[in-house]
Ligand binder design. Sequence first.
Ligand SMILES: Nc1ncnc2c1ncn2[C@@H]1O[C@H](COP(=O)(O)OP(=O)(O)O)[C@@H](O)[C@H]1O
Ligand SMILES: O=C(O)C1=C[C@@H](OP(=O)(O)O)[C@@H](O)[C@H](O)C1
Ligand SMILES: [Mg+2]
Length: 167
Amino acid sequence: MAPVAVFVGVMGAGKSTIGAAVAAELGVAFADTDAIIEDRAGKPIPDIFVEDGEPAFRDLERRTVAEALATFDGVLALGGGAILDEDTRKLLAGHTVVYLSVELTDAIKRVGLGAGRPLLAINPRATLRHLLDQRRPLYLEVATHTVATDGRAEAETTAEVLTLLRR
Ligand SMILES: Nc1ncnc2c1ncn2[C@@H]1O[C@H](COP(=O)(O)OP(=O)(O)O)[C@@H](O)[C@H]1O
Ligand SMILES: O=C(O)C1=C[C@@H](OP(=O)(O)O)[C@@H](O)[C@H](O)C1
Ligand SMILES: [Mg+2]
């Protein structure tokens, strides 16, 4: 069993939104590893970061992603930092992985003040710029498809992903 597609990309790329829209269009289930992690931890992601620390979150994330890749057959959205883990990147090999790319200007517009995203609590613009530079090569490494989302409406991005997946 394998997901129909796995969405990766930085915060604000649209993984959760576009992933759910693509799943609805395909008539398959949608799952977001961040939501699974929150369910399991019994608290929102910012609370996990503050109370347990980022390493505890990354550990939960690594295990949650590995389990979903092995057991889930719908559309799966990962959190933006999931690909930092080398084991996770290896596990993604062989899967259909859609990298939703976004540059700083649009990403900032979409995440606003970073509410709900603990890594953006301080200086969201500078942090996001750094994360984009650090992670872009990793997203490209795991991607089988890349879709640029800058300046595009959700419906356009969704349609392009569907075209790629149906090819
Ligand atoms: N072309 C687009 N593609 C993806 N998201 C878009 C687009 N245009 C606007 N958005 C908005 O950007 C936000 C992306 O947030 P989200 O899906 O949570 O991203 P992620 O899960 O990648 O952090 C949503 O509010 C969505 O409505
Ligand atoms: O980029 C990251 O390290 C993170 C991205 C978030 O998910 P989204 O990319 O869906 O916002 C969430 O997993 C957590 O706040 C950490
Ligand atoms: Mg998300």
